[in-house]
Design a protein around this ligand. Sequence first.
Ligand code: NI
Length: 398
Amino acid sequence: MTEELLGSLRASAAAIEGELVALRRKLHAYPELSFEEERTSAAVAEWLDGLGLDVVRRGVGGHGIVAELAGTRPGPRIALRADMDALPIQEESSLPYASQVPGVMHACGHDAHTAMLCGAVRLLANRRDRLAGSVRFLFQSAEEINAGAKAMIEQGALDGVDEIYGLHNLPTLPASQTGTRFGALMGSVDQFELTVTGRGGHGALPEQCVDPVVAASAIVMALQTAVSRELSPFSPAVVTVGSVHGGASYNVIPERVELAGTVRTFSADIQEQMPERLRRLIERTAQAYRCEAELRYIRHVPVLVNDDACVRHAEAAIDAVLGRANRIEAPPVLAGEDFSVYLQRVPGCFFWLGSGPKTGAERAYGLHHPRYTLNEDCLPDGAAVLAAIALGRLGVSS
Ligand code: NI
């Protein structure tokens, strides 16, 4: 990218900051749950209207929007993606534009991601004569339930795409800073639910019962060895039992206990092995206590693996817009992101964009916290970086 193009991109991003803030606040005040992003999607469509895009498909994979901007010359197709859904959390910030919807909150900043991508569309639409190739914009539904990316792909959102890029804000990283990583950045996500069935009865007569509470307790403990005793300490994975429900009275042995949990891994092979590993520990532990256990294992998303060349492209754009000094190597995390589903099909890069306070004096609440807030300085940053990635891949000098 030339200095002249970069300078004009930065200036344009700064010039639309007020509009991006207004759009983000509008989305923030009316958050919508996964697959219910009707109003959000309408606001995006309104923003896109009049920008001269070549294709705007609505209702893709839920309320998703797929828009395309063709440059004036032929070339590859680069996709940029933002997610639009909110979480079932009661907002506890006292912001003037706090959620107006009880029990629903943009606690993961997808409102900001949507505004940033809207900004990138504007920045690129005004520079289409500098593009050899096309840019496809994906505004996605239902990231929080790991379903939106799959739904969009099923409806052709990735067809003809050569590379894909996306970002997530990170409130623990100051605004204007970024984090990138080669290879695996985020973990795979799976869910499991199980029912442990015994024979209920009087709490004073265990000999007439088969106690599923004791079997379930032993299962919870046995599951602690699925990672610690079976995987290399250099192969990160997590098995967490997050829910245990059984019984209603202090003196009754219940008939059954329900458990639920999550499995996170950092490699496709280990993700593949985990269902059988859990099944063995669960079923045989249940048997040892004369109970039956029924496991339901639900695959969500794969490990998020960045493509090396695409990481370099993203880093070049980040360095051009925000400066090399503002980019760190991101540590891996076992949280998941359904961007991984796109990356299974086409090469790309997902990275962190700082959205935290610029001074250490303020405390930043993390993602999914009821008091999570975001430093809106990240909005023009995100818009400019996303646009710079596309210009870096498709840009021509004049
Ligand atoms: Ni998120």
